[in-house]
Design a protein around this ligand. Sequence first.
Ligand SMILES: Cc1cc2nc3c(=O)[nH]c(=O)nc-3n(C[C@H](O)[C@H](O)[C@H](O)COP(=O)(O)O)c2cc1C
Length: 323
Amino acid sequence: MRIGNLQLASNLLLAPMAGYCDLAFRLAVRPLGGLGLACTSLISSRGFIEGFRTSKHLMRTCPKDRPLCVQLHGPDAVVMSDAARLAVELGAAVIDINMGCPAGKVTRGNGGAAWLRRPGDAARMAETVVKSVDVPVTVKVRLGPDDEHIVAPELARRFAEVGVAALTVHGRTTAQRFSGKVHLERIAEAVSAAGEMPTIGNGDVKTPQDAVAMIERTGCAGVMIGRGALRDPWIFRDTDSFLRTGSVPPPPAIAERVALIRRHFDYVASMESEHRTCHMIRQRISWYAKKLGPCKRFKEQVRAVDSVMKFHQYVDEFLAEVD
Ligand SMILES: Cc1cc2nc3c(=O)[nH]c(=O)nc-3n(C[C@H](O)[C@H](O)[C@H](O)COP(=O)(O)O)c2cc1C
């Protein structure tokens, strides 16, 4: 799959997920294979150019974290363009504009999903950003504000006209937030309207078979996976293999899964305080635990962990149990 001038190794993308898709997670997932493009969490364009600590933190990257898509949000095309240029200087191969975030703190400022209510302005905003950087610019949307106002097809048409390189459609409306099902047929309408512009389908892909259904039922060129990758970071490797060969490699052994958790933890520990590192793993262990088999005691221990040393001790004990 190509996004503008960028040839991706696969048509599978790691979704932006605030609080989850940070540098440490991306570095842990990339070597497992199958991933075409990974995205940062959404970053405030104003916070970024004004040098706010949180935005700088979210923008952290390194040469191993490639290719990288940086997702920006905000209401102002000039600020967004400045932020996009800065992100490119720092290593972004793709700039994504968030037009789907339903969170009040983003929409109240007229960013995120608020753009879905103003398709003409949304296209003008995208056009300004497209003209301000020499890397591909993509946009991520939901279907529309609610069931009565489905705008993804109209936006697809408008974005294609102004040179947006690809569009991601999360198949829910803003009103739906994360409830209900993803509407594949509505993603399909946006895919048709997009013409030559590649469209990436997103929502509820948890298995390679779900990805095939997304592609077959919508005609999308690529698939973006979010929560499925928190549960099983091997989903990109497995889905890529399934799409290319029709078969999925044998699942990683529990010890391999635990090694990944440890690697992720160590990356965070190398960048953050002990307190933040423990907070991260307490937040993430329930996702990882879904694929660890019986692991109640280990999960409970890690959910309360308060030191790096204890984390490694719990891991060693768990590994001895499953050996
Ligand atoms: C915890 C969390 C944080 C998210 N943060 C972002 C974000 O920063 N930017 C964005 O465009 N979407 C964000 N999303 C939405 C996801 O990118 C994706 O569209 C959604 O989760 C549906 O895909 P999935 O079913 O594969 O998870 C977030 C979702 C979750 C669960």
